[in-house]
Design a protein around this ligand. Structure first.
Ligand code: GLU
Length: 276
């Protein structure tokens, strides 16, 4: 079956070998189908236009072509707001006024907080605030994020939530791995988890390819798809490219950016050979 895949980089740094692998992987899986690019730039403080231009330049240099126009997340906050409204109508979101500091203090106070893939889980401080307190604090202009009440949301789903990974088989979803995640940040009416699920559906993605570091996120994404009534794609989580010490490449690792390799005389063929 022809697939629709996407490569979804954040324009917050230069692309490196790991991105090249992810882009080539997605492109290959789209053979005979459609390959899309999506710019994940909802973090307005870190996204920069020069990184965005460099993404296109580097991918073209690698020999890839993609459909245009490219979807840029920051152009579509209305789509994320609409999804939040759907979740709000199901009463599975709550405002969270906590600062990072307060969350940390509460975790220390509570003793052994359960750990998720991104660190200790949110201790639920704002989950049970009264409607009056919420209204009063919002009325006073206090900043708040929107969190998913994951236990409540899961209880609305009838039947088993499952998802399929092309490389690893069938998973029974464990949507609570991240606890009550933030779906809208204090400064942005979206978060990675919300935007990626909405966008994959709106772009008609049939096969989500991405690094295995995001495998756990799929458990949560599957729940969001069920709550939002979105089509369910398949996933293929791929290996991560590491340096010679086994550490995964990071954006700040400039020496392995595609542009430094190119400046150092590397050809696209050499990049591809290094990724085999
Ligand atoms: N933007 C994410 C990243 O840079 C990828 C998101 C995804 O593929 O789901 O790692």
């Amino acid at each position: 079956m022809p697939e629709v895949t996407r490569f979804a980089p954040s324009p917050t740094g230069w692309l490196h070998l790991g991105h090249a692998y992810a882009a080539l992987f997605a492109h290959e899986k789209a053979a005979g189908g459609r390959f899309l690019i999506r710019l994940e730039d909802i973090d307005g403080t870190r996204a920069r236009p020069e990184y965005e231009e460099a993404i296109f330049e580097d991918l073209a240099w690698l020999g890839l072509s993609w459909e245009t126009p490219v979807r840029r997340q920051s152009d579509h906050f209305d789509d994320y707001r609409a999804a939040l409204a759907k979740l709000e109508a199901q009463d599975v979101l709550y405002p969270c006024f906590c600062t990072r500091r307060e969350i940390q203090d509460e975790i220390v106070r509570a003793g052994n907080a359960p750990q998720g893939p991104d660190g200790p889980l949110y201790p639920g401080t704002c989950r049970n605030r009264s409607a009056d307190e919420r209204a009063e604090r919002i009325g006073k202009g206090e900043a708040y994020a929107l969190r998913l009440d994951v236990a409540k949301a899961s209880s609305l789903i009838s039947g088993e939530l499952v998802w399929q990974d092309r490389g690893r088989g069938r998973f029974k979803a464990r949507p609570d791995v991240f606890g009550d995640v933030v779906l809208a940040r204090k400064d942005t009416p979206a978060s990675y988890h919300l935007a990626v699920v909405v966008d994959d559906a709106l772009q008609g993605i049939t096969l989500v390819t991405r690094g295995e570091d995001l495998l756990e996120a799929t458990h949560l994404h599957r729940l969001l798809q069920a709550l939002l009534g979105l089509p369910v794609p398949e996933w293929h989580h791929h290996r991560l490219i590491t340096d010679e010490t086994g550490k995964r490449l990071a954006k700040r690792d400039d020496a392995r950016s595609l542009r430094s390799l190119r400046a150092g005389g590397w050809t696209p063929e050499r990049v591809k050979a290094a990724l085999l």
